[in-house]
Design a protein. Sequence first.
Length: 253
Amino acid sequence: MSKFRGKKVSIALGGGSVLGGVHVGVLKALEEYDVEIKSISGTSAGGIVASLYAFGKTPKEIEQIVLNFEWKNLVTLTLSKFGILSNEKIGEMIKENIGYTNIQDAKIPLSMVATDITDGKKIILDKGSTSNAVMATTCVPGIFIPVDIDGKLLVDGGIVENIPLSCLRDKNVDFIIGVDLICDHSHKKPQNIIEVLYNSFNFLVKTNKNIQSKDANLLIKPDLSNYNAIDLAQMRELIDIGYKETRKMMKNL
């Protein structure tokens, strides 16, 4: 019998672009341990996985979705003065998989974190268009065009809270799990402006994230030092890492 049988468990999925594949493995392992997720939050890539899961996609179904990811199907070039790329295709991918949904209608209570690029404040997205919220939380500033929601220009939530645990504090739960994807990744020289901008953003996230893990009863933090946040070819390995790390930690509880 699972140690979590009958317990209210929440999970916060952190940001990390392609490293978000780890989240799929985490959810696969938790399912095997009969852990029932009562609420879920996500930042950036974590927002993608959290949204799919909250609207009823199984970990195996999410695995198939992310294994088919290709950058050409997720982003497009833009002439905007606010960003190099548009992530509207990410929003379209969400709609293709869970429909034109609103966050508050999720089967599992769902929230995502974004940043107001005007004043730097944290914005918790727990109502309104799911696809728009996913676009906002995945919007790495300088790379993607900010997303306008309710008159606010929103970008990636990793700036303010890369492991979105604050969303779960008032959910009346017994146990909170956080998944941290940010560590010292492979120090390969950037090959293009996208990698320069993403690395700069990632350094900021690393600086801010140290104070964010205190609210987790369990922090899943696999060693991802040999992986980078850009290469989609790593996805299968990353899912496997998340799965094995979670099983290891569950055995030791």
